[in-house]
Design a protein around this ligand. Structure first.
Ligand code: ADP
Ligand code: MG
Length: 219
């Protein structure tokens, strides 16, 4: 996996976030302040509009994280920005990194979010989607899965984690001010995390023959 792969991840994320902007904002309207879609759309648009001359995966993710921190005012900007910067820092500074490197980096990214935001799993935040995704990726790597299968597993885990936030009561972020009234709604940050993991899977290109219909990713 090279810088092109990670740049493709950011591009796929920007497209997915733009397409889901209104839905993310609707989720945030229910338990927050109705800006999550616009926050992330602004951030990831900036990430892809000014791509750095990045030669390594580490540089791509570090630059993307810095841009998110600069451009997104809400809680999610510093949190996602930190996740990407921590991921970048955890990768070897080489033109190519392995799937195992990516799994370790994602785990480091989740730790960064936990440390910055103080949220644990079950607090109804993006951590509820990020942490299971990092675990699924790590397990898949251990089991010797292909990149496609491993990223499928990470994507599914994030999706399941996001869905599982619906019955939870928020204990961090703006939604926590609602107390019991936050129950019954999906956490917007967990929903956007599942988009990021789907975009990571998409950056990998189609999987088994006939499975994928999207544009081919980098070979
Ligand atoms: P804001 O809450 O400042 O309006 P956003 O609406 O862009 O920012 O993002 C809200 C999302 O950020 C929440 O749905 C949640 O997933 C995430 N979030 C908020 N606070 C925390 C935290 N302390 N730790 C982890 N994630 C958090
Ligand atoms: Mg908000």
């Amino acid at each position: 996996m090279d810088a092109r792969f990670f740049a493709a991840w950011m591009t796929e994320t920007a497209h997915a976030v733009a397409a889901a902007r209104d839905e993310l904002t609707r989720l945030d309207a229910a338990i927050g302040d109705a800006d999550h879609g616009t926050n992330l759309d602004r951030g990831f648009t900036a990430v892809t509009e000014s791509p750095p001359a990045a030669a390594t995966p580490r540089e791509v993710l570090t630059a993307a994280g810095t841009t998110l921190i600069r451009k997104v005012g809400g809680a999610s900007g510093p949190l996602y920005g930190t996740a990407l910067r921590r991921m970048g820092a955890a990768l070897p500074d080489t033109p190519e990194v392995s799937l195992a490197d990516l799994a370790e980096a994602l785990t480091a990214g989740v730790d960064g979010v936990r440390r910055l935001g103080g949220a644990a799993e079950g607090d109804k935040t993006m951590v509820d989607a990020l942490a299971p995704a990092a675990r699924a990726l790590t397990e898949a790597v251990r089991a010797g899965a292909s990149p496609e299968a491993a990223l499928d597993a990470a994507m599914s885990a994030a999706e399941a984690g996001a869905k599982a936030t619906v019955p939870l009561r928020a204990r961090k972020g703006r939604a926590s001010y609602l107390g019991e009234r936050s129950v019954g709604h999906m956490d917007p940050g967990a929903a956007s995390t599942s988009l990021l993991l789907a975009a990571l899977r998409a950056a990998c290109g189609p999987g088994s023959p006939g499975a994928g219909s999207g544009p081919a990713g980098p070979a």
